[in-house]
Design a protein. Structure first.
Length: 189
């Protein structure tokens, strides 16, 4: 894939194609408009299946993929993207961030992973970042017990390919209890 030139206003010099995949229609509409203003040719999909059917015809230069959607997760889509002859640069966005899903996203080939809420500038900076940031600040406070529980659940869920029943069995937890925990937004710390 060729490098997409960005001008001094943050606009794409030669229009690049970008696939935005998120089940939140309002979020998609707002972000798609912001990206179009910056010169991207944006295609929107609200689930992994419709996104993949679009990719079967046209592989985009970039993809912004939500992690948690109805049907297959965004991780499934990242894996499929990486099997393309010229895979897009993929950014995974989520309101349910965890260390386990961040690591899995990067291992599968995503260039970056961001927790919502984020603005357009943060998204574009992540999509176009080609080097790591060794000056990133490190939080010295330990994670709370609630956050550790969330991280552990996400790790076991990833190990069971998102299967709620198998994860509940592995955690020795009732399936409905696990579903309730997964519906809650993760605690910050």
């Amino acid at each position: 894939m060729t490098e997409t030139p960005i001008d001094d206003r943050g606009h794409v010099a030669n229009p690049a194609t970008l696939l935005l995949v998120d089940d939140d229609a309002v979020f998609c509409d707002v972000l798609a408009r912001a990206l179009k203003k910056r010169g991207y040719l944006v295609q929107v999909a609200y689930d992994a299946e419709s996104a993949w059917s679009w990719v079967m015809n046209t592989v985009p230069d970039y993809a912004i993929v939500d992690l948690k959607m109805p049907g297959p997760s965004g991780l499934t889509l990242v894996k499929k993207f990486m099997a393309c002859e010229r895979p897009p640069r993929v950014l995974v966005l989520t309101g349910y961030a965890s260390i386990a899903t961040a690591i899995e996203s990067i291992k599968l080939g995503a260039v970056h992973y961001l927790a919502k809420p984020v603005d357009t500038e943060e998204i574009l900076a992540a999509l176009h970042r080609h080097e790591s940031n060794p000056t990133l600040s490190i939080d010295t406070a330990p994670l709370s017990v609630n956050r550790l529980e969330w991280e552990h659940i996400q790790k076991i869920l990833a190990e069971h390919d998102g299967n709620i029943s198998a994860t509940a069995r592995a955690l020795n937890m009732h399936r409905r209890t696990l579903q309730r925990k997964l519906l809650k937004h993760p605690v910050k710390q």
